[in-house]
Design a protein around this ligand. Structure first.
Ligand code: ADP
Length: 487
């Protein structure tokens, strides 16, 4: 089977968050299962070019329709961790992908709508006929629409689309000019098509993806329920319910090639369940790197985008709660918004010189590995969480998650005291209510167990390391979906 992944991120070359990990991990898994996979991405100026091998031009002059004219694009081919990737580079006045940022631009819908059209135009011109187009999030929501409206009658009649919702909070709601930009008709403004459910004059790109795809997934079973039944659907509940027959939750995996404490070359000491001593050495290495004092204390960590979704006020509260309760605290986080960024910089200055605390504001792939390896607990107090990967990585690295029970966190973290599963399947601490008291109830129990019952704490560590959240299982689910929609 030939699977074309169309996405705005792919780790490690173009990564903002979990979307990148998923595109990379699923593509690798499908390859290992013998499928032909190609990934299609924009060519951003801010990518990690050092993570792309053999990058070279493969198509010099791709003319992509744009309003009443066209934009000349180049297409480059390179390999990202053995995955063939094609990068679209438009030469337009708008300079779509040379903005020194992946997202956050005023014209994001126009940028990614252009990308969607360009990918299909490239497939058409280069004679590609994927069995499956797997599209991800609002950025590529127009791909199935454009495929259906334009390319299916040209040469891609047998291609089927699987569309994955990684975060329904961002839907790509924009003006109807976007249709004309992509060569689409205004008839798509109908309420059962792309018209936004709340704003009558607006186009919703994610809704288009849902309506026009052959199958729609989201990244955990719990989130699948939440976005159909509750306000977490942000207005898409009715659309998802109307598509219920072709919609389901498939839990994300993590790539065991990237996230494996036994062979991870970003950490100084390898370790495993049977050879655990390296974990303690990594804790010492983490302290050394971040100038924390070497005291008998647990390290509580956060690795996160610092976005409201991630529960920034509870992250701030966790810092002071941990420090007041005999723990050390480490944070690695990048804030896309100025207000949150300023807030954490102010906290950093306030805590400067505290030998039990280090706040690292920014994005640092290598340091994230050392934190997963060196910390004792990872706090994830999300307001909502479609799947979440950090709790899965933490468990694999023997770091106990302390998480709010929402979305994929609820599906994957089993509470040590109240979990409805046998003791050997309990892996962390959870809380329901999004409040300081809720967080304290879970983090307090975690720190208490670390000091009071270290053997029980260690049992939780081992339980987490034994969980298998690799792509193996989820890869199989996706293959079943692909076969189902091809049949
Ligand atoms: P989201 O996609 O909402 O950001 P996920 O938990 O699904 O959240 O995925 C987050 C991914 O991004 C993980 O691989 C995590 O290690 C990584 N990550 C998040 N923040 C940072 C950071 N500041 N530096 C390095 N890696 C980060």
């Amino acid at each position: 089977m030939y699977v074309a992944m169309v996405a705005s991120e792919c780790a490690p070359a173009a990564k903002v968050g979990g979307l990148a990990d998923v595109v990379h991990g699923l593509a690798r898994e499908l390859q290992l299962r013998g499928q032909v996979v190609e990934v299609f991405l924009p060519m951003y100026d801010c990518m990690r070019y050092d993570r792309i091998w053999s990058l070279e031009q493969c198509w010099a002059d791709l003319r992509v329709p744009y309003f009443d004219g066209g934009v000349r694009c180049e297409v480059l081919r390179g390999e990202v961790d053995h995955i063939p990737c094609f990068f679209i580079r438009p030469h337009s006045r708008e300079n779509f992908f040379n903005r020194d940022a992946y997202y956050g631009q005023q014209d994001d819908p126009a940028r990614f709508a252009f990308f969607s059209r360009a990918v299909l135009e490239f497939m058409y011109k280069s004679g590609r006929k994927p069995d499956i187009l797997h599209c991800h999030d609002w950025q590529t929501g127009l791909v199935p629409v454009i495929l259906y409206e334009i390319y299916q009658s040209l040469s891609m009649g047998h291609s089927r689309v699987c569309y994955t919702l990684h975060n329904v909070h961002h839907q790509g709601v924009t003006g109807p000019h976007i249709l004309r930009q992509c060569g689409l008709g205004q008839h798509l403004m109908a309420p059962e098509k792309l018209r936004d459910n709340a704003h009558v004059g607006a186009v919703n790109l994610m809704k288009g993806g849902i309506v026009y795809s052959n199958f729609v997934t989201t990244v955990s079973p719990r989130y699948a329920e939440e976005i159909r039944q509750t306000g977490l659907g942000h207005g898409l509940q009715a659309t998802l319910n109307a598509s219920a027959g072709k919609f389901g939750g498939v839990l994300n995996g993590i790539d065991h090639g990237t996230w494996n404490p036994e062979v991870d070359n970003h950490i100084p000491f390898g370790y495993s369940i049977s050879d655990f001593a390296g974990k303690f050495r990594n804790k010492a290495a983490l302290r050394h790197r971040l100038l924390l004092q070497d005291k008998f204390k647990p390290i509580v960590a956060v690795v996160s985008r610092l976005d409201q979704q991630k529960g920034v006020q509870l992250i701030s509260h966790a810092i002071f709660y941990a420090l007041a309760n005999r723990a050390q605290f480490v944070l690695l986080g990048a804030a896309p918004g100025k207000a949150v960024n300023d807030h954490f910089w102010a906290l950093k200055q306030r805590l400067d010189g505290n030998p039990d605390c280090h706040l690292e504001i920014g994005y640092d792939e290598e340091l994230s590995h050392l934190i997963y390896a060196g910390a004792d607990m990872l706090v994830i107090p999300s307001v909502f969480e479609p799947c979440g990967l950090t709790q899965l990585i933490a468990m694999r690295y023997g770091t106990v998650p302390v998480a709010r029970a929402t979305g994929g966190l609820a599906d994957t973290v089993v509470d040590a005291n109240y979990g409805h599963k046998p003791c050997e399947e309990r892996t962390g601490f959870t809380f329901d209510e999004f409040s300081e008291a809720g967080l304290e109830s879970a983090l307090g129990r975690a720190i208490g167990l670390w000091y009071g019952y270290p053997r029980y704490f260690h049992q939780l560590v081992l339980n987490g390391m034994r969980q298998n959240y690799s792509w193996n299982q989820s890869g199989g689910h996706y293959l079943n979906i692909y076969n189902h929609i091809r049949a």
